[in-house]
Design a protein around this ligand. Structure first.
Ligand code: MG
Length: 255
């Protein structure tokens, strides 16, 4: 199933997509809801980012080849490396990534994200995926000079538009077996599979829930494979996760 959030005549809705139609949902996608017969053509609605999380959590250094591209002698983490991005960094598919005036080296990072369904604390790996509503495509846009210089990553990862997400929350897939790629201006830059993650999705959910309560709608993006690189105004970034979809964003400079 594919959940979307969309706008029609200044009203916002959740729905599910079937073929080229959106069916309106009544209720809450994280709780009780009903798919109604109210149907619109997909091209008659404005799709919005499908998530509005209380927390946008990210995992760093979760693919060995990405760890090593940062330095051949760099060791992978022994536990998931957690950081936070501001939820206000989220933008939608097709919206521009805005390079802020103070930035000098901004990178793309192709990632799969998991959307949390329930309020959870200390869930086991065995039960973790039962608490996932579904999966999104994400770009963990990162300002490297600030990331290296600040001693922690909040500023580097949290500028407005630094977390583009795809149109859909996709359910009923195996998140640990998805081809993941990034094309910059049509040229392939990242090409991997989520089965290369050091910590799989159930380990990540379980581990993060040991540290903090997760709420319905919270999002965890789960790290990027090798091949990260710079983006500049005029570029077009295209990220694809096999069964989750495509996320495409132009890059512009802050006005
Ligand atoms: Mg990342």
């Amino acid at each position: 199933m594919k959940f979307v959030r969309y706008e029609v005549e200044d009203q916002k809705y959740y729905g599910i997509v079937e073929n080229d139609k959106v069916k309106e949902i009544e209720g809450c996608i994280y709780g009780e809801y009903e798919v109604t017969d109210k149907e619109r053509a997909l091209d008659e609605v404005t799709l919005l980012p499908p998530v509005e999380p209380s927390k946008l959590i990210a995992i760093g250094l979760n693919y060995l080849d990405h760890v090593k591209e940062g330095g051949a002698d760099r060791e992978p983490p022994t536990e998931p490396l957690i950081f936070l991005k501001a939820p206000t960094s989220i933008c939608g598919n097709g919206e521009p990534i805005i390079i802020p005036k103070q930035a000098s080296l901004t990178h793309y990072e192709a990632e799969i994200g998991v959307v949390i369904k329930n309020k959870i604390k200390r869930v086991t790996e065995e039960e973790a995926l039962d608490h996932a509503l579904g999966y999104i495509v994400a770009n963990d846009v990162s300002e490297r000079v600030f990331q290296r210089g600040d001693g922690q990553w909040t500023r580097a990862k949290s500028f407005d538009t630094f977390c583009p997400v795809g149109d859909y929350i996709v359910t009923d897939i195996d998140p640990n077996e998805q081809k993941i790629s990034c094309h910059l201006n049509g040229e392939v830059k990242q090409d991997s599979n989520t089965n290369n993650m050091i910590f799989n999705i159930q380990k990540i959910i379980s581990y993060v829930s040991d540290q903090m309560t997760l709420l319905p709608g919270d999002v965890i993006i789960t790290g990027t494979p090798a091949g990260v690189g710079p983006i500049e105004p005029g570029d077009k970034v295209r990220i694809e996760v096999e069964e989750v979809g495509v996320l495409e964003n132009p890059v512009v400079a802050e006005a």
